[in-house]
Design a protein around this ligand. Sequence first.
Ligand SMILES: Cc1cc2nc3c(=O)[nH]c(=O)nc-3n(C[C@H](O)[C@H](O)[C@H](O)COP(=O)(O)O)c2cc1C
Ligand code: SF4
Length: 391
Amino acid sequence: MTYERLFSPVQIGSRTAENRFVAQAMEGNDADEGGRVSSRAYERYMNLARGRWGVTVVEAISVVPEARARRFGLVMLPENLDSYKKLVDGYKKLFPEGILLFQVTHSGRNIGPFSSKTCLYPEGAPEGSRLLSTDDIFTIQKAFVSAARLAEEAGADGIDFKLCHGYFGAEMLRPGNVRDDRWGGSFENRTRFIREAVGEIISARKRREFILGSRISMFEAIRGGCGTAAADELIEDLTEMDKVVLFLREIGMDYINVSAGIPAITPEITRPTKPSRRLYLHHFRYAQRVKNLAPDKTVIGSAYSILGEQAAAYAEENIRKGYADCAGFGRQSFADPLYPAKLLSGAPVNYCIACSGCTRLMVGQVNDGCIIYNPYYKEVNKTFSAGGAFA
Ligand SMILES: Cc1cc2nc3c(=O)[nH]c(=O)nc-3n(C[C@H](O)[C@H](O)[C@H](O)COP(=O)(O)O)c2cc1C
Ligand code: SF4
């Protein structure tokens, strides 16, 4: 099969990606203590460049150190800038046509055990979470704007403003955010943080072609979560998420990356495994819905890895039918960073077997990657499974 559509160029903002394969953001939990790009992370992204993914999204980068979900998570700070510049330079040398985006985030309720978790409203928050004040949120907003500026300075092609998977951005958006200050309650208040931050990022950007996009969870599957109608509702009602999509379009986002679920609470929705394989259909449905609402924006679909050898054919079909513009691969990009290049050349591909080994390592707060095909993570997994210590 030739996958003509998948290998065709696609426009994102004023840029063009040479194909429609997206290497989704995947936390490797291997930065150094200060949140700088380590040599291992650097090599991972160089392999993605060799794989010629039209778009590569660099994993969650925290806007402040205390907002990390992982002990060795990346942090965007001025003192770390040289490591990000090096990453972009190396990537561009190998693959000048590739589009490299940085995902910027604050982990909110999912901050790791080394810092205190935060919440925007107390309902359902993990025990001990610190309720953020109005001023705290202003400070976080400034940090997002500053991280976007640094990403541009580092040479990234754009940012992914993370609004998915139960992190701070999603907590802000959802109906459950019943704060009574300017950051909660009405739809207008719950979207204010993003509207203001994106406005500032747009007016401060030096390169007009610097891409802005967001990843959303269409349905979080928690009471009052994104994709429900009200703070006390649990069942799916996408009326408000439709408004969110139109809002993102209106404020100038170039693309929308469509996901679902909260990995810490509803992991099978975000990343289906063998028993829950068919949940990929929800992802297809959500992407199709977003594409209908925002036909002029680039829409990236998620959760293709569970489809293994069939994934490319499904992606080709979705693109041909106009249900999505790009196909996002998370675990498959770990299993075989050379996937698009190999498909094109006919070389054998290492397909993700959805064993959840990488997730287990990530949740265990150790360096994570594919434990099936990558010798380093195979070893990490052995030590981790035996209860060994890690540096
Ligand atoms: C180990 C691991 C790390 C992840 N890190 C991120 C991340 O940093 N940002 C993000 O938006 N999603 C993250 N995800 C979710 C993936 O990007 C993707 O949405 C999910 O794995 C489903 O897609 P797949 O079926 O292609 O793997 C991560 C998933 C895994 C398994
Ligand atoms: S460890 Fe398992 S789930 Fe993760 S990428 Fe490898 S094969 Fe896929």
